[in-house]
Design a protein around this ligand. Structure first.
Ligand code: NAP
Length: 278
């Protein structure tokens, strides 16, 4: 089975749109997201545009604060403080990566945790760790939602996550654990990776290397979730999993594009609605 992230995402966005209208009726204002972008990184520009467009589609208010690449730490902190104190702003997202001269950790710490719709603030990371999250990190939350809506329950399953980044691998492992999976996390120092991945009933891959997971690394009947967004030898968008080879082995698999990708912004919308409700 191919897990259709585009269709599932469209379904959830329609639900959020309905919830948004009910929210506006009850409260008299729209959920509002402010996205901050510093500099002209082309990929970041596309992401920010897509986030603003998605907000519009579900009926949220959105604002993009575009700052020049020379912006100082003090200027950015002052903007975050202003947004923190603005009751008309419910969600704040600082598009990463920031230019190198800026201190990313300090900026993420500065965002009011109640407006931290990316869930990158250490307070929200800690809440996730102890099993009492307010906001869920968007990409791993998107994976959980894909599983849930495809009727796949991690409870009691062997779950293997390849990758241990703060934005995908680690929170992914925590969410699978919270859903009662038996979780193993792999990384670049894992020995005999294929032997570990072959044990997975649910294999989630977030490595950032095109077609890294081959057919020999997957147990027949496994569920394979591909978070990767890479370029193949022809410059075409592809994932971390060799989809053509693994599709026939897996019981369910996400394609790239059209799998996890569309879910990330959808979960951002969900967090923004939650922030407004709070
Ligand atoms: P990252 O920060 O670069 O982390 C990559 C992880 O993969 C690291 O933990 C690294 O291990 C591990 N790794 C690297 N080489 C490996 C190897 N040979 N064997 C086993 N593990 C290996 O990347 P990320 O931010 O998590 O992103 C991963 C991928 O997901 C990228 O393609 C990215 O574009 C994509 N992504 C997609 C979305 C989406 O919305 N769909 C969102 C975020 C990211 P070490 O820790 O040991 O270095």
């Amino acid at each position: 089975m191919k897990i259709d992230g585009k269709a599932i995402s469209a379904q959830i966005r329609a639900e959020i749109g309905r919830d948004c209208e009910a929210f506006v009726k009850a409260n008299g204002f729209r959920p509002a997201l402010t996205v901050v972008i510093v500099g002209e990184d082309p990929a970041s520009q596309v992401y920010v545009r897509n986030k603003a467009k998605a907000c519009e589609e579900v009926g949220f208010a959105s604002e993009v604060c575009r700052l020049p690449k020379e912006t100082t730490q003090e200027e950015l902190v002052a903007l975050i403080d202003r947004l923190n104190g603005d009751p008309g702003v419910h969600g704040i997202l600082v598009q990463l990566p920031l230019p190198k001269h800026l201190n990313e950790t300090e900026i993420l710490l500065r965002i009011n945790p109640n407006k931290d719709v990316d869930a990158f603030h250490p307070y929200n990371v800690g809440k996730l760790m102890i099993g009492n999250p307010t906001f869920l990190p968007c990409t791993p939350a998107g994976v959980m939602e894909l599983l849930r809506r495809s009727g796949i329950d991690p409870a009691g399953k062997r779950c293997v996550v390849v990758g241990r980044s703060n934005i995908v691998g680690k929170p992914m492992a925590l969410l699978l654990l919270a859903a009662n999976g038996t979780v193993t996390v792999c990384h670049s120092r894992t020995k005999n990776l294929a032997a570990v991945t072959r044990e997975a009933d649910i294999l989630v891959v977030a490595v950032g290397r095109a077609k890294f997971i081959t057919a020999e690394m997957v147990k027949p009947g496994a569920v394979v979730i591909d978070v990767g967004m890479d370029r193949d030898e022809n410059g075409k968008l592809c994932g971390d999993v060799d989809f053509a080879a693994v599709e026939s082995i897996a019981s369910a698999i996400t394609p790239v594009p059209g799998g996890v990708g569309p879910m990330t912004i959808t979960m951002l919308l969900q967090n923004t609605l939650k922030a407004a409700e709070r």
